[in-house]
Design a protein around this ligand. Structure first.
Ligand code: GLP
Length: 241
């Protein structure tokens, strides 16, 4: 695992956007797995700036989603599909046709999960998967004690994660209890994992991820098992290392 400590979130965004640009130069139709939350926003901003201000061509890039809420109506502004379209796909000048994600409003959620795992494999696998980290060490929505071999499936959110994510909704009651997430086993199949963590609130989770034992109790510690994992942290998130 490679650990890169950067001065601040903006520097982390620049660094990772540069890695994505390099990938897209080598492989223009790369499948880029994106994460939601506040942390990756500097990455998407830096990448969109490169597209506007340089001759970087992302027109053949493909984007895929890490996780999704279950039960939000199609088109809900806080469904991760809407968030990724708004924060990543549209700013890069791409359209919905270059984007894939699990269907959180499907009648049969188990079938939707299986279909998504199969779609990722059929697309040739994820080339670079961006990850954030929850304060409890979750990646995607794989909460503590998720199997390290898990596949895309439905999960129940912990109260802590619902509270953490309530800022995106009008109140806590609106935060769904259930989600679809790529499993840890699914995530580990990506060719390159890049986790960004910023701010002091992530310091404990980062220390356990990087220096603790590999354990289902800290799902992000599974990155230690991956042959090509990069953890980018700002000074504050690195303060427990
Ligand atoms: C959610 C997402 C995760 C994300 C986490 C942290 O739980 N499912 O993918 O990493 O939030 O979000 P933030 O970056 O806003 O702290």
């Amino acid at each position: 695992m490679e650990i890169v400590i950067v001065p601040d979130a903006a520097a982390g965004g620049e660094l990772i956007a540069a890695a994505i640009a390099d990938l897209l130069i080598r492989k223009p139709d790369a499948l880029l797995g994106v994460a939601t939350g506040s942390t990756p926003l500097p990455i998407y901003e830096a990448l969109a700036t490169k597209v506007r201000e340089t001759d970087l061509d992302v027109s053949r890039a493909r984007i895929c989603q890490l996780d999704e809420y279950v039960g939000l109506p199609k088109g809900h502004p806080e469904s991760y599909r809407s968030v990724v379209l708004r924060e990543v796909v549209e700013p890069l000048g791409l359209t919905e046709s270059s984007f894939m994600g699990p269907d959180g409003s499907a009648e049969d959620i188990a079938a939707a999960c299986l279909a998504y795992d199969q779609a990722l494999a059929a697309a040739g696998g994820v080339d670079l998967q961006l990850l954030g980290i929850g304060t409890d060490g979750h990646i995607g929505f794989n909460e503590p004690c998720s199997s390290l071999a898990s596949r895309t499936r439905i999960k129940t959110l912990t109260e802590r994660t619902r509270v953490d994510n309530a800022r995106f909704f009008n109140n806590l009651d609106e935060v769904p209890h259930h989600v679809i997430t790529q499993g840890i086993g699914t995530i580990l199949e990506a060719r390159h994992l890049v986790l960004l963590a910023t701010g002091e609130g992530k310091a404990d989770a980062v220390a356990l991820t990087v220096e603790g034992p590999v354990s289902a109790v800290v799902p992000a510690s599974a990155l230690q098992l991956h042959p090509h994992a990069t953890v980018v942290v700002d000074e504050a998130a690195a303060s427990g290392l």
